[in-house]
Design a protein around this ligand. Structure first.
Ligand code: C2E
Ligand code: CA
Ligand code: CA
Length: 393
């Protein structure tokens, strides 16, 4: 029987290979090592890895060329770049991978610590660090929660398809445990009330970032996720607008993504707050559309500007006729209510083309770009914009 976690190590230094093998086997991986370019394709096909660690330089080939090969194969496995080169070489390799649509998980510079390796490659289920409320409190106090930004392609932009917006997605940059994904701390934040300060810092950091990007000539908007618990306070719209303006930004540069079920939980109050957020200039998006429990009447009554089709329908839309029915109905519903429609979770050109043909207004997903740190976004936007115009011509 095939192991569920399969790691392919591409490296020609025996010591490094042994170290990675030991750590990975402890984490539950089946490990295969490839030390030369000649063997790579055979082993890659045979093991069909769920994770790849890639040395940038080894006999008979180089990492960039392997990345191109993996992209041609439509490789979905996350990739970790490991190299002794300086960080600029490593980050340009990461960017090349992202441009090819590969899932670049992260990088390690040789020599690296066992802890760093473990943090990067541990499958979510076996991660040892289970944060508690005190850890999260400390992270918020120390500024360790920060936004990554994922570009969103606008297909109906007057000058042709363009990146006009990015979604801010929370990441916890932990000093010992590395980068922690939101699935591991957003539920905790919601159950402890810390979602309020968390959202606050996400909006504040995004506002500052927008001001800086605009000063550099990059005109973007940012979408921020707003949990149900955050839209309970009647004075929230005033406080949020004041926060944004203090940072030198404007509410019009923001889209607040509210989950459907969240917005509908306490309909009267939610309607009051959402309406006043709109009046302050914030744009509102109905996130994860299709998964909540709201009635269509409520959707029609709420002052949304955008409907965001949940990725569960998008991912399956090529193989599943039912998913396509839901997508087409959502687009039609959104447009008939005067909303723009965004699809998230677009991973392939086929899905992109399908949604474009169906009249979807904007597209988000790994195919357009991964969530990246703020410093990497301008370059990603340039690359993604170039690709979009190529597709269009
Ligand atoms: P979401 O709002 O649905 O955000 C989109 C998620 O889908 C992100 O996961 C993103 O990385 C992932 N994604 C983007 N493109 C693709 C794709 O092509 N394929 C697949 N399979 N996934 C894709 P992430 O960053 O792990 O965030 C997960 C969820 O955590 C978010 O889902 C959102 O509900 C929540 N979240 C993240 N940041 C915040 C925040 O600041 N506040 C609140 N309240 N929730 C947040
Ligand atoms: Ca969202
Ligand atoms: Ca979503």
């Amino acid at each position: 029987m095939r192991h569920s976690e399969r790691l392919l190590v591409v490296d020609d230094t025996p010591g490094v290979c042994d170290l990675i093998r030991d750590v990975a086997e402890d984490l539950g991986y089946e490990v295969q090592v490839v030390m030369s370019r000649d063997d790579f394709e055979t082993v890659f096909t045979a093991i069909d890895p769920t994770l790849i660690t890639l040395d940038l330089q080894f006999p008979g080939g180089d990492g960039v060329e392997i990345l191109r090969y993996l992209a041609d194969q439509g490789c979905a496995a996350p990739i970790v770049v490991i190299s002794g080169f300086d960080t600029r070489v490593v980050s340009s390799a990461m960017r090349i991978g992202q441009t090819h649509g590969l899932r670049m998980l992260g990088s390690l510079r040789k020599p690296f610590s066992i802890q760093d390796l473990e943090n990067l490659i541990a499958p979510i289920g076996v991660r040892t660090f289970k944060p508690g409320a005190a850890d999260l409190r400390e992270a918020l106090d120390q500024g360790d929660i920060l936004p990554f930004f994922q570009p969103k392609a606008c297909l109906v932009h007057p000058g042709g398809p363009a990146i006009c917006e990015a979604e801010a997605l929370a990441r916890w940059q932990h000093p010992q445990h590395g980068l922690i994904e939101p699935a591991q701390f957003i539920p905790l934040a919601e159950s402890t009330g810390m979602i309020l300060p968390l959202t606050w810092t996400m909006v504040e950091q995004s506002a500052r970032q927008l001001v800086q990007w605009r000063a550099e000539g990059l005109h973007l908007s940012v979408a921020v996720n707003i949990a149900p618990a955050v839209i309970q306070d009647l004075d929230y719209p005033d406080r949020l607008a004041a926060l944004v303006e203090r940072a030198g930004a404007s509410p019009e540069w923001f889209t607040l993504e509210v989950t459907e079920s969240g917005a509908m939980r306490d309909s009267e109050r939610a309607m009051d707050i959402l309406t006043r957020l709109r009046l302050k200039g914030f744009n509102l998006s109905c996130d994860d559309f299709g998964t909540g429990y709201s009635s269509l009447v409520q959707l029609y009554r709420m002052p949304f500007c955008e409907l965001k089709i949940d990725r569960s329908f998008v991912v399956d839309c090529i193989d599943q006729p039912e998913a396509r029915v839901i997508i087409r109905a959502s687009i039609e519903l959104g447009h008939n209510l005067g909303l723009t429609v965004c699809a998230e979770g677009v991973e392939t050109q086929d899905v992109f083309d399908y949604l474009h043909a169906q009249g979807c207004d904007s597209i988000q997903g790994y195919h357009v770009g991964y969530p990246v740190p703020a410093t990497d976004l301008p370059e990603l936007v340039r690359e993604a914009s170039r690709r979009l115009l190529e597709i269009e011509s």
